[in-house]
Design a protein around this ligand. Structure first.
Ligand SMILES: [Ca+2]
Ligand SMILES: [Ca+2]
Ligand SMILES: [Ca+2]
Length: 150
């Protein structure tokens, strides 16, 4: 193809782009918007774990997150979590969320002493990591994360 042809084609696609851009900026309808919002929330959650931003959670990044999450819930720094600490996370949750968290707490509390120990928490978090890593490459990609959450 001659250079002039390429340039011509290029300018056509630029014109197309310029014409179409304002159309693309039309606000999405509310359903589309909420999907985008949800995706952003999931992306933000992912990026809190994927601290080097390489689009993948390494076991090391996940361990840092696992420990930080535990410590942020352990308000009295006792080294274990009471139901109230796990359920409320410093502020009163909605009834639905409180119920869900109570169920999760009971699932994590393997020995049923109404306390989530560091070991129980680590076991739960590590099982989650393994379940999220569907292609078993010992990393959790954003797609694996989104598929797990949805
Ligand atoms: Ca990473
Ligand atoms: Ca326990
Ligand atoms: Ca993976």
């Amino acid at each position: 193809m001659r250079l002039s042809n390429i340039l011509q084609r290029l300018s056509i696609s630029i014109v197309t782009l310029v014409v179409c851009l304002p159309l693309m900026q039309v606000p999405a309808n509310s359903a589309e918007k909420s999907v985008k919002d949800i995706e952003k929330i999931i992306r933000d959650r992912f990026l809190r774990i994927d601290t080097n931003g390489d689009d993948s959670m390494s076991p090391k990044e996940y361990t840092v997150y696992r420990i930080a999450t535990f410590n942020s819930m352990d308000l009295d720094a006792s080294g274990s979590l009471a139901l109230k600490e796990f359920r409320d996370r410093g502020k009163k949750p909605s009834n639905r969320r409180a119920k869900r968290r109570t169920k999760t707490f009971q699932r994590i509390d393997k020995n049923k002493d109404s306390i989530v120990s560091q070991d129980e928490w680590d076991g739960y978090a590590n099982r989650r990591f393994i379940r999220m890593d569907t292609d078993k490459d010992r990393k959790v990609s954003f797609l694996e994360f989104i598929a797990y959450i949805k």
